[in-house]
Design a protein around this ligand. Structure first.
Ligand code: ADP
Ligand code: ZN
Length: 207
């Protein structure tokens, strides 16, 4: 099964993606992660992406679409995948329809008022785990692997504001796009704990 994870920044796409990957063995492809890996590796794509990401803007469509198109030619996608962070606007969604067959779009809906705090309080670990300062009790290392936690460069109030605006104007219209294709499934209480949200997802996806 090929799934799109849709939701505002801070909706919990990454968290749920790891849970889905673990539970169903579906491959997780995150364009944000791909860009961050490129920045870390100092590639040309990384250099280009960084300026947009730091500003909270979308990386140009052509670059992004090419990356996903290429990624979907790898052998490991054969048994199903989940796209996290792509598509992010109508152009990308239409391009995706040309080179992929999507079965379901899982939309995680979260009260907008919560998003700013969720993102600015987020602390992440290189192992992929993420936390919120409110539950860390002052801890600065990962409970899973012991590494030092850090904050993403774009998780600051100013950039988050732009990211949320970008979501509203460019990404949210995709909800109707996939509804019209009969592929939309919505998780309506994304404000719940990660486990509660995942329970809803299991109801949608089945055991
Ligand atoms: P979030 O959903 O929390 O904003 P992501 O890791 O998905 O985090 O994305 C971080 C940044 O990476 C975005 O703000 C954007 O600059 C860039 N990016 C990720 N996916 C895309 C995409 N599909 N198209 C354009 N830019 C993207
Ligand atoms: Zn860790």
């Amino acid at each position: 099964m090929n799934i799109i994870l849709l939701g505002a920044p801070g909706a919990g796409k990454g968290t749920q993606a790891s849970k889905i990957a673990q539970h169903y063995g579906i491959l997780h492809i995150s364009t944000g992660d791909i860009f961050r890996a490129n920045i870390k590796g100092g590639t040309e794509i990384g250099k280009l992406a960084k300026s947009y990401m730091d500003a909270g803007k979308l990386v140009p469509d052509e670059v992004t679409c090419d990356i996903v198109k290429d990624r979907l030619t790898w052998a490991d996608v054969k048994s199903g995948y989940m796209l996290d962070g792509f598509p992010r606007n109508l152009y990308q969604a239409k391009e995706l329809d040309k080179f992929a067959k999507i079965d379901l779009c899982l939309n995680i809906d979260v009260d907008e008022a919560l998003l700013m705090d969720r993102i600015c309080g987020r602390r992440i670990c290189a192992c992929g785990e993420s936390y919120h300062v409110s539950t860390l009790n002052g801890a600065t290392t990962c409970a899973k692997c012991g590494k030092e936690l850090y904050q993403r460069a774009d998780d600051n109030p100013e950039t988050v504001k732009t990211r949320l605006d970008t979501y509203k104007t460019q990404t949210a219209p995709l909800i109707d796009y996939y509804k019209a294709q009969g592929k939309l499934a919505s998780v309506t209480s994304g404000e719940g704990s990660p486990d509660e949200v995942f329970e809803q997802i299991v109801k949608i996806l089945g055991k």
